[in-house]
Design a binder for this molecule. Sequence first.
Ligand code: ATP
Ligand code: MG
Length: 442
Amino acid sequence: MHLADIPAGAQHILQTLAQSGYEAYFVGGCVRDLLRGVPPHDWDICTSARPEETEFCFAGHRIFETGLKHGTVTVLEEGEPYEITTYRTEGPYSDSRRPDYVRFVSSLEADLARRDFTMNAIAMGLDGSLRDPFGGAGDIQARRICCVGKPAQRFQEDGLRIMRALRFASVFGYEIESCTEQAIHNSRARLRHVAAERIHAELCKLLTGDSVGTVLRRFPDVLCEFWPQLEPLVQLKQNNPWHCWDGWEHTIHTVEAAPADEVLRLTMLLHDIGKPSCKSTDDQGVDHFYGHPAVSAELAGQMLRTLKFENRTRERVVTLVEYHDVQIPPRSQAVRRWLNRLGPEVFFQLLEVKRADSRGQAHAMVSRRLAELDALQKKAEEIIAQGQCLTRNDLALTGRDIIAAGIPPGPEVGRVLDELLDRVLSGEVPNERPTLLAWISH
Ligand code: ATP
Ligand code: MG
């Protein structure tokens, strides 16, 4: 840790408070990240000064009072906002969004005690000295997530801490200490009282973490608390030549195999969610899941709605889930048609989904499937680089030309354009003006 890495503005705030006779420390995420050797993304400060005293100390600065009810004053220093929070404890979270009330306290220890995990309950002074009453630095060293105080009680107070523990485990690759883990399993019902937006935010971070697989493997019960639709997938056995894993393990492999992107990871998590209700077993004992992509897409849409995902994300995931299983032959005509149908962005995302899905299937098939997908990718890139016609707008003639050719203005013009596009996509007619004009008048 190098104190020189602390922004001058942040140092100045601590100095200003100290010069006025108050205690002030960096606290929470920034201290944890410094100890982990990762640059902090913000610098939260805690102080013995009451909010009005803090405001007085920074009288010449721009100040935001949005967090005032909870003891937080935001001060703009060298263009950066810093949250300065008075030492406090918290009341209960009856709406599961915010504590009902906060109580200012005079000791730093009492403030640290309200924090969730030992690694988040460390304060650091300007000289780099630590105040670490719960042994958080040792836990960071040991790469361990541990509650401050009694885990069961802490999760009862605020169920979101369950998701925060899983998120940190996934993003940092830390292990969850066994008492804390046990309490997570036992307290998971508390999540039902947590606001959807809060769960959503933590889930997205969890899914894009490097250790997402470990967390999904150990805590499916936690996810089932807010997404009970996952339960049948977690239980799903599948016996067929394409899969060497059951439903949940296959899902986990595909999530891990996808790039760390929110839409792609959500798609993989939900792509087979409809399988359990589509399962049939043939005479040979082989399982089939006919029609599962459509059912999965429907369920995925509902699940993303309950967690209040924004429309754009929800619609994209639903589309990718719906098409995850389509077969696209690596021939120009088929690739042009799919590029036309999905647009290049979704098309290439779909290839990522298919790659991840292949990596989660029986080993023998993987390399062949991946090679097919690479061929498909190359073909699509070629078509785009050549500027081939993929939409009505790319046609070498316009609606005006069609009207000039004698077709009355109105819906018929659109139909002719669609038909022309269809011929061009199939390769039957080249996208050249004279040929297209000749084709209209034949
Ligand atoms: P990040 O790096 O994502 O910002 P963070 O730990 O800083 O992680 P914040 O939401 O910024 O997360 O919270 C700042 C600090 O407030 C935490 O480090 C922790 O000490 C405390 N904290 C946040 N949420 C809770 C909670 N639900 N229960 C108890 N303490 C919390
Ligand atoms: Mg933070």
